[in-house]
Design a protein around this ligand. Structure first.
Ligand SMILES: [Zn+2]
Length: 178
C-alpha cells in the first residue's frame, strides 16, 4: 500500500516542513521534500506514521535503504525518537560534531557535514544572531524612550520644586524684613 495524501500531509506538518535529518526546509529547497521510511519497506518497515520521516532529497539519497543487518551493525539516528542534541553538537563554523557512535555513523552515512549544509548552518546561525541583535536593539530603543519620558516628568517636577522653593525663600525673606 502506498502512502496516502493525508499521511503525507501529516508527516510534512509534523516535521514543520523541514528535513528531519538536516533541517533544510521546503522554502530553502524550493519545493516539497520526500517521505522516507526510517525502516525501509524492503527491510520490513511499514507505512505507519511512526516509521515515516520528512527528508530532503540528499539525505534520502545518502540514507538509501540502510537498516542494520545485525545487532552489532551501526544504527542511524531516528529523529522521531531522539532529539538531535543527544547525538550532535553544532559548532560555530557550522560543522556537526558527533557525540555518540550513532551520531558519528549518521553524519558519515547521510554526509551531514556536506559543504552546502555547513554553509547553510553558518548562514542560519548568522540570521539568528542578527535577529537576536535586532531584538536587543529594539528593546534598548524602547527602554530609552521610557527613560526619556520619565526624565521629562522628573524635569517638570524639578521645575515645580524650584518655583515652590523660590516662593518659600521670598516668604522667609519677607518675614525677616518685617
Ligand atoms: Zn536533509
Amino acid at each position: 500500500m502506498s502512502i496516502t495524501q493525508d499521511q503525507r500531509n501529516q508527516v510534512c506538518q509534523r516535521a514543520n516542513y523541514a528535513c528531519e535529518f538536516c533541517g533544510v526546509t521546503e522554502t530553502d529547497a524550493g519545493g516539497q521534500l520526500t517521505i522516507d521510511h526510517f525502516q525501509p519497506r524492503s527491510k520490513g518497515g511499514d507505512d505507519s506514521l511512526d516509521n515515516l520521516l520528512y527528508s530532503c532529497v540528499r539525505c534520502n539519497l545518502y540514507k538509501q535503504d540502510y537498516w542494520p543487518a545485525s545487532n552489532d551493525a551501526p544504527v542511524l539516528w531516528n529523529p522521531r525518537h531522539e532529539p538531535a542534541a543527544r547525538h550532535f553538537l553544532t559548532l560555530d563554523d557550522g560543522q556537526l560534531l558527533p557525540l555518540t557512535t550513532v551520531g558519528e555513523f549518521t553524519i558519515r552515512r547521510l554526509r551531514l557535514n556536506r559543504a552546502p549544509l555547513v554553509t547553510y548552518r553558518q548562514s542560519r546561525r548568522k540570521q539568528a544572531e542578527t535577529s537576536r541583535l535586532l531584538t536587543e536593539y529594539r528593546d534598548l530603543v524602547s527602554l530609552l524612550t521610557q527613560l526619556n519620558a520619565q526624565l521629562a516628568v522628573l524635569t517638570r517636577q524639578q521645575q515645580q520644586l524650584l518655583v515652590t522653593q523660590r516662593e518659600l525663600l521670598r516668604l522667609l525673606l519677607g518675614i525677616k524684613e518685617e
